[in-house]
Design a protein around this ligand. Structure first.
Ligand code: ADP
Ligand code: MG
Length: 151
C-alpha cells in the first residue's frame, strides 16, 4: 500500500488536495475518510465535489446520513456513519443505492464494515493546529498518489 502525507494550511488547501484526487476517480470507487470531528473530512468531500462539477452546497450528512450530488458526468455520494455503532442489514439496504453508479466518500467507515466494498483510497486526517491538518492518503496504485504531492 502506497501512502502520501500532506500538511494543509487552510480549508482551501484541503479542498484543492481533494480536487486533485477526485479527477482520477470514477463511479464505483469508495474513498474512506477517517479522523476526529472537525479534522476536515467534509471539507475534503466539498473540494472533490467542486472539482467534479457539483454546484449545490455540500454539507455534512451527519443527521441525514447520506447525500448524493450530480456532477459533470459523475454522481458523488457522501455517507456519514457517525451515528452508527454498526450498520444493520436493513439500514444498509437504504444506503447501498448511494454507492450504485457513484463515486462514494464515507466518513466514519468503521460502522459499515462487512457492507462497504473495499476502498480504493483511504484518507486519514489529524489536527495539527487550528489551521493545519495532516492528511494521509493511502492507495494501492502509486500512480494515483503521484499527482497529489504537487501542492
Ligand atoms: P469533519 O467532517 O472531519 O468533522 P469538517 O470538514 O466539517 O470536519 O470541519 C473542518 C473544520 O476545520 C472547518 O471549520 C474548517 O474551516 C476548519 N479547518 C481549518 N483548517 C483546515 C484545514 N487545513 N483543512 C480542513 N479544514 C480546516
Ligand atoms: Mg464531517
Amino acid at each position: 500500500m502506497a501512502t502520501v502525507d500532506i500538511v494543509t494550511a487552510s480549508p482551501g488547501q484541503t479542498e484543492a488536495l481533494a480536487a486533485r484526487l477526485a479527477r482520477a476517480l470514477q463511479a464505483g470507487d469508495v474513498v474512506t475518510l477517517s479522523g476526529d470531528l472537525g479534522s476536515g473530512k467534509t471539507t475534503f468531500v466539498r473540494g472533490a465535489c467542486r472539482a467534479l462539477g457539483v454546484t449545490r452546497p455540500v454539507t455534512s450528512p451527519t443527521f441525514t446520513i447520506a447525500h448524493r450530488y450530480a456532477g459533470h458526468g459523475l454522481d458523488v455520494s457522501h455517507l456519514d456513519l457517525y451515528r452508527f455503532q454498526h450498520v444493520e442489514p436493513e439500514e444498509w439496504g437504504a444506503l447501498e443505492p448511494y454507492l450504485d453508479g457513484a463515486l462514494c466518500f464515507v466518513e466514519w467507515p468503521e460502522a459499515g464494515t462487512g457492507f462497504l466494498p473495499p476502498a480504493r483510497v483511504a484518507v486519514t486526517f489529524r489536527h495539527i493546529d487550528p489551521e493545519h491538518r495532516g492528511i494521509t492518503v493511502e492507495c494501492a496504485e502509486e500512480s494515483l498518489l503521484q499527482r497529489l504531492g504537487e501542492c
